[in-house]
Ligand binder design. Structure first.
Ligand code: TMP
Length: 203
């Protein structure tokens, strides 16, 4: 069985994690060797960076560099070895998150982000990216229920509107890589659409 690198994206509150967990269960049940991981995170250093960047105030340049530092380590220690071993990698966020959150959301120069991404990725990119798309008002309503929201989850609706548009622009630019799902639909129908999209790409 050949390897496959899939990433999952969407604004906070899109319901991404629930669907990824269901997909993981489905693929493992079919006997596939699945590596489920996330960004920022996936390694001890990456998880430390995650803890810091989600909860401590940092300036935007530091935020960008921390995201890429976590990604470089993650690619080196987790993603590339898993792909080389022929596994299916399910990655909860990847470079598109930096383009959408730090680029579209915070206004960091896209060309700079692209240059850093090219260096860090060195050609290892997802074959499929699933974008869970919801309007910012839906995401805001879901996030309001959180007891202790992190630094991103506390952002205002206009920030999420920019991030969402950033994601949609990325999807528009690379229609062969992206599948955009309407995550405002009932959970079960979103999961069904997700399973169908992934099944179509399995090697
Ligand atoms: P999560 O809550 O989906 O696990 O994602 C963690 C947060 O980190 C989420 O609010 C988006 C943010 N993030 C960025 O801003 N840039 C990035 O490059 C990544 C990977 C995540």
């Amino acid at each position: 069985m050949g390897s496959l690198f899939i990433s999952f994206e969407g604004i906070d509150g899109a319901g991404k994690s629930t669907h990824i967990a269901r997909l993981h269960q489905h693929l493992s049940g079919r006997g596939l060797d699945v590596c489920l991981t996330r960004e920022p995170g996936g390694t001890p250093l990456g998880e430390s960076i995650r803890e810091w960047v989600l909860h401590q105030p940092v300036d935007v340049v530091t935020e960008v560099l921390l995201m890429f530092a976590a990604r470089a380590e993650h690619l080196d220690r987790v993603i590339r070895p898993a792909l080389q071993a022929g596994r299916v990698v399910l990655c909860d966020r990847f470079t598109d998150a930096t383009m959408a959150y730090q680029g579209a959301g915070r206004g960091v120069d896209m060309a700079l982000l692209r240059a850093l991404a090219d260096k860090v990725e060195a050609g290892t990119r997802p074959a499929l990216t699933v974008l869970f798309d919801v309007p910012p008002a839906v995401s805001k309503a879901r996030l309001e229920g959180l007891k202790s929201p992190d630094r991103f989850e506390r952002e205002q609706q206009d920030f999420f509107a920019r991030v969402r548009q950033g994601y949609l622009d990325l999807a528009h630019a690379e229609p062969e890589r992206f599948v955009v799902l309407d995550a405002g639909q009932p959970m079960d129908s979103v999961t069904a659409a997700l399973l169908q999209a992934v099944e179509a790409r399995l090697p």
